[in-house]
Ligand binder design. Structure first.
Ligand SMILES: [Zn+2]
Ligand SMILES: [Zn+2]
Length: 206
């Protein structure tokens, strides 16, 4: 029986809305092989090589907060949720984050974007709500908040703004009431119970 319908190399199933095929083959079987994202995520836990082309897979499994992600890391790093949605992508120079990095929510919406230089956030960064609306924006120098930062309510109205001096909020910080809901922001600091933009800063030895 001949069939023109593409099927998964591992489970022989077809592509569905929930189980999409990988956009490129994970080995050297270029273009000729289809694999579901979740099938490959399971497969690569026990197999390091492709059974057909005998080449090593460029992916490994990474664990974070009890969740497993596919991670491809050569000169660029790409991580994926098990459903195949990209989680993070960015470039390395000599094994250190350098260049533009972008993170995504499981839904595919951009979570954050900004540049790294020598492993530290350096430059203008933007953070987003899962709805796609801007959440915070400002400048980092060596992963320290610098200059004027702004945060926004999910409704789009401005939540707070002010400057940072030596990584600390200056006296000019203003907080605003959400023009849509009439509610004042409840959280005191960005980064206290919101993960970004300040809390993931690594310890740096000077
Ligand atoms: Zn499959
Ligand atoms: Zn192969």
């Amino acid at each position: 029986m001949e069939s023109n319908v593409a099927t998964c190399y591992i489970c022989l199933g077809e592509e569905t809305q929930d189980e999409k095929f990988m956009t490129e083959s994970p080995c050297d079987c270029k273009g000729s092989i289809n694999i579901h994202w979740p099938c490959f995520t399971e497969h690569v836990k026990t197999k390091t090589k492709c059974g057909i082309c005998k080449n090593n897979y460029e992916y490994k499994i990474e664990r974070e907060d009890d969740t497993e992600y596919l991670c491809k890391e050569i000169t660029h790093r790409q991580t994926y949720y098990p459903c195949g949605t990209q989680k993070e992508k960015g470039s390395f120079i000599n094994g250190i984050k350098d260049g533009l990095w972008k993170g995504y929510y499981k839904s595919g919406t951009v979570y954050y974007e900004g540049p790294y230089v020598k492993g530290l956030r350096n430059g203008y960064w933007r953070f987003y709500y899962e709805s796609g609306n801007l959440r915070a924006e400002g400048l980092y120098i060596n992963w320290t908040n610098v200059g004027h930062w702004k945060t926004y309510y999910e409704s789009g109205s401005i939540k707070s703004e002010g400057s940072y001096i030596n990584g600390k909020k200056a006296r000019d910080w203003k907080e605003y009431i959400d023009v849509l809901t009439g509610k004042k922001r409840q959280r005191e600091e960005i980064g206290e119970d919101e993960e970004e933009p300040t809390s993931k800063r690594p310890k740096v030895d000077d």
